[in-house]
Ligand binder design. Structure first.
Ligand SMILES: [Zn+2]
Length: 175
């Protein structure tokens, strides 16, 4: 039996490395993408995203320049575990204060540790706002609670883990 091409194997491994996929689903995704999907377009999009880089302060690709450089004396620092949660918040309140997106939550069971989700960068960002307490938009799950507890412990800051709705209530109170 001929062995699989090296690049095909690498593609399977790349999908397998994504959270919640697993080896079998990774093979199905790779096969579909190679034989039915538009792998060229996907490659171009991924290349553009990779070259865009992340904002050092908020950890997002959408941010074209360093944000928050003119924000001083913030009462709150918003930490979002996902871009989706942050976008839901933006639909409700006009938040201009400091923020950081982790793009994931700690999950020791799935091998997601602090270095995988940029915890050191988050803590450095938080340091720039010494008066701010933390609003952590993380899920009400073991992973979300673990993530919030880790951030509170490492930063030594006060604050709370919040839902989008609760965060909006608190931020509206600032008006
Ligand atoms: Zn930014």
């Amino acid at each position: 039996m001929a062995s699989r091409p090296r690049d095909y194997q690498l593609l399977c491994e790349a999908f397998d490395g994504l959270p919640g996929i697993g080896a079998q689903a990774a093979e199905r995704l790779a096969e579909w993408l190679v034989y039915h999907g538009d792998s060229r377009q996907m490659a171009e999009v991924l290349t553009r995203i990779g070259e865009a880089g992340l904002c050092r302060l908020c950890n997002r690709i959408q941010c074209q320049s360093e944000c928050q450089v003119n924000v001083d004396g913030a009462d709150y620092f918003l930490v979002a575990s996902t871009e989706a949660a942050l976008n839901r918040l933006f639909e409700i309140v006009d938040y201009q204060g400091p923020l950081f997106v982790l793009h994931g939550e700690l999950s020791p069971a799935s091998g997601v540790g602090p270095s995988q989700i940029g915890m050191d960068d988050l803590l450095a960002s938080v340091e720039r706002f010494p008066e701010a307490s933390l609003l952590i938009l993380a899920s009400d799950s073991v992973e979300g609670r673990t993530t919030a507890e880790y951030i509170f412990r490492r930063s030594g800051r006060a604050g709370e883990r919040v839902s989008v709705e609760r965060a909006c209530e608190i931020l509206r109170g600032l008006d």
